[in-house]
Design a protein around this ligand. Structure first.
Ligand code: ZN
Length: 133
């Protein structure tokens, strides 16, 4: 793993949260993007080498809506940047970590992503992401 690529934060109302985080971080949101496959709208902020990703659920079955119903708004996942996502998925799966998707999928911000089940990572939803190239 190379670095923390971003922290994902679940929010109820993206349009209200963008100006809030712009004030908090003192930096403009540089991108918003809908990821229809995940049922989310996202907004990104750069903080040094890392990013903050705000996520708002836009469909009833969106994992973000379910998360907020259960736990409320807050930190949803930690994303680590990896050089080779398939190699990393193999490595972690051989160690017993539960990978939620069998093959990498297309995520926001030009990434290939996969998630590890929080029950195998002390309750933390972990995302691996690799820049698409
Ligand atoms: Zn993410």
């Amino acid at each position: 793993m190379q670095q923390i690529e971003h922290l994902g934060i679940a929010v109820k109302d993206l349009q209200a949260s963008i100006p809030l985080f712009e004030q908090l971080l003192n930096t403009p949101c540089y991108k918003t993007e809908e990821v229809a496959s995940e049922g989310v709208n996202t907004a990104f902020f750069k903080i040094g080498e890392s990013k903050i990703e705000l996520l708002e659920g836009i469909t009833e079955n969106s994992p973000i809506k379910k998360f907020i119903d259960k736990k409320g708004e807050g930190i949803h996942h930690i994303a680590f940047e990896v050089e080779n996502i398939e190699a990393e998925m193999k490595r972690l799966s051989a160690l017993g970590f539960e990978i939620l998707n069998a093959t990498p999928k297309s995520g926001a911000d030009n990434k290939l992503v996969c998630f590890l089940h929080p029950k195998s990572t002390n309750g933390v939803l972990v995302e691996l992401c690799q820049e698409k190239r």
